[in-house]
Design a binder for this molecule. Structure first.
Ligand SMILES: [Ca+2]
Ligand SMILES: [Ca+2]
Ligand SMILES: [Ca+2]
Length: 416
């Protein structure tokens, strides 16, 4: 008696599966669709990669913030509240910000020289003390990278920032400063120095000795700093304009979806028909390895091998398949391939015991996997697992004056 195959005629999602004859196949199943969703899912916070000598980062895309109890970076965009409740001296500046967002380190309690300078509170001469942000960056080319930052300064005490790498704060990357370009988004690559408080372009850099994963950091020097975007470039001739280049986000290639045993989600062992099962003497002329599908099948081109069962067997070897004898298989599955030209028949035997007898369902899509549950069993070394297959025709596909035959294709037995 035939058992009903499972997971096969699921109509949960009928996705873009139109058969050449125009009929919609109902064999498309939910798992493929959900896997595709998984693959398409972006990380909520991007990582960055150096591409062609440049790393471009939206400042608001920091991965983490620490030492944020005294001063903290806040994200601003057009929807941010003007009355955000923290002390500040100017309104938010989302207009013209790259990515329509930026960050500001608040509260801002020192906006001019008349307001008290509090070391470690509204000012940090040392880097890595207040409002530390991190950005994972994959660097392909080692070398010197000049630092550019896009910032918005409205006063004299909101225009200093420290940059670090891998937990260190090299002297060459401290005290980013911008003096010109007040009251607008402005690029700077200048380092403040005792001799030149405004610094000169390209005086700020980090040296990266080794390619690979690095962690870029930013920390507060002056509160009220508004930071839109960061660029690392190994090109001293590069000067960003406007909002600058697009972010160099690290994008992994999509993972290939599994093409076999697609609806099998857990298993102990898979016994592949093509790898493990051998046609017995009486079946050798009928059974062949369908290399395109990598499955065993019947060579139904020979009329004499049609409409009869032929057998291939696997002798259980517990030395090679270690642990295969250690459990009871109460969820084992025969995996076959449905074919449009016939509903092939199958029998599975353990030694002389029949574990199941099945027939493929009709299908509109060739080689769709079908899953048949087997009766419970255990395996011991020397046991013989056999699968018998029969090529049949459903009379639907004309071929050579007759009709085409399905070939009894089967992929394997899944042990669970
Ligand atoms: Ca300030
Ligand atoms: Ca402000
Ligand atoms: Ca931005």
């Amino acid at each position: 008696m035939n058992k009903t195959p499972f997971l096969i005629v699921s109509s949960l999602l009928l996705l873009s599966c139109v058969h050449p004859d125009g009929a919609r196949s109902k064999l498309e199943t939910k798992p493929q669709a959900s896997l595709q969703l998984l693959n398409a899912q972006p990380n909520s916070i991007p990582s960055f990669e150096e591409k062609n000598g440049m790393v471009v980062i939206e400042a608001e895309h920091f991965a983490a913030q620490v030492k944020a109890d005294i001063r903290r970076w806040y994200r601003f965009d057009k929807s941010s509240a003007v009355k955000h409740g923290l002390q500040d001296t100017d309104l938010p500046h989302p207009e013209g910000a790259s990515g329509a967002a930026y960050i500001e380190v608040l509260p801002d309690t020192r906006t001019n020289h008349s307001e008290e300078l509090q070391h470690g509170v509204n000012f940090s001469a040392s880097p890595g003390m207040l409002g530390i942000l991190s950005y994972p960056v994959y660097i392909n080319q080692s070398g010197r990278y000049y630092i550019w930052a896009r910032a918005y300064s409205t006063g004299s005490e909101d225009n200093g920032l420290h940059i670090g790498i891998n937990g260190l704060w090299p002297a060459s990357a401290q005290r980013l400063q911008l003096c010109t370009g007040k009251n607008q988004w402005t690029w700077s690559s200048a380092q403040r120095s005792p001799a030149n408080h405004c610094g000169s372009p390209l005086s700020l850099w980090i040296d990266i000795a080794q390619p690979g994963q690095h962690l870029l950091s930013v920390s507060m020097r002056e509160d009220g700093f508004e930071l839109d975007k960061i660029i690392l470039t190994n090109n001293p001739d590069f000067t960003p304009l406007g909002i600058g280049p697009s972010e160099t986000v690290y994008n992994a290639e999509p993972m290939p979806l599994k093409a076999r045993y697609t609806d099998i989600y857990e298993y102990d062992f898979i016994l592949s028909s093509a790898d493990l099962f051998v046609a017995n003497n009486a079946s050798q002329h009928a059974i062949y390895h369908d290399k395109a599908r990598d499955v065993l099948a019947i060579n139904a081109g020979k009329t004499e091998v049609r409409d009869n069962f032929f057998r291939a067997s696997y002798v259980v070897d517990t030395k090679i398949m270690k642990g295969i004898d250690k459990r009871h298989y109460n969820n084992a599955t025969l995996v076959t391939l449905a074919e449009i030209d016939g509903e092939s028949r199958y029998r599975v035997l353990l030694n002389d015991r029949l574990l199941g007898e099945f027939q493929n369902p009709a299908t509109a899509r060739d080689y769709q996997e079908v899953y048949f549950p087997l009766d419970d069993f255990r395996l011991r070394s020397g046991d013989v697992l056999s699968v018998e297959i029969m090529a049949v025709t459903n009379g639907k596909i004309p071929e050579n004056g007759g009709t085409a035959y399905a070939r009894g294709r089967w992929r394997g037995i899944v042990l669970k």
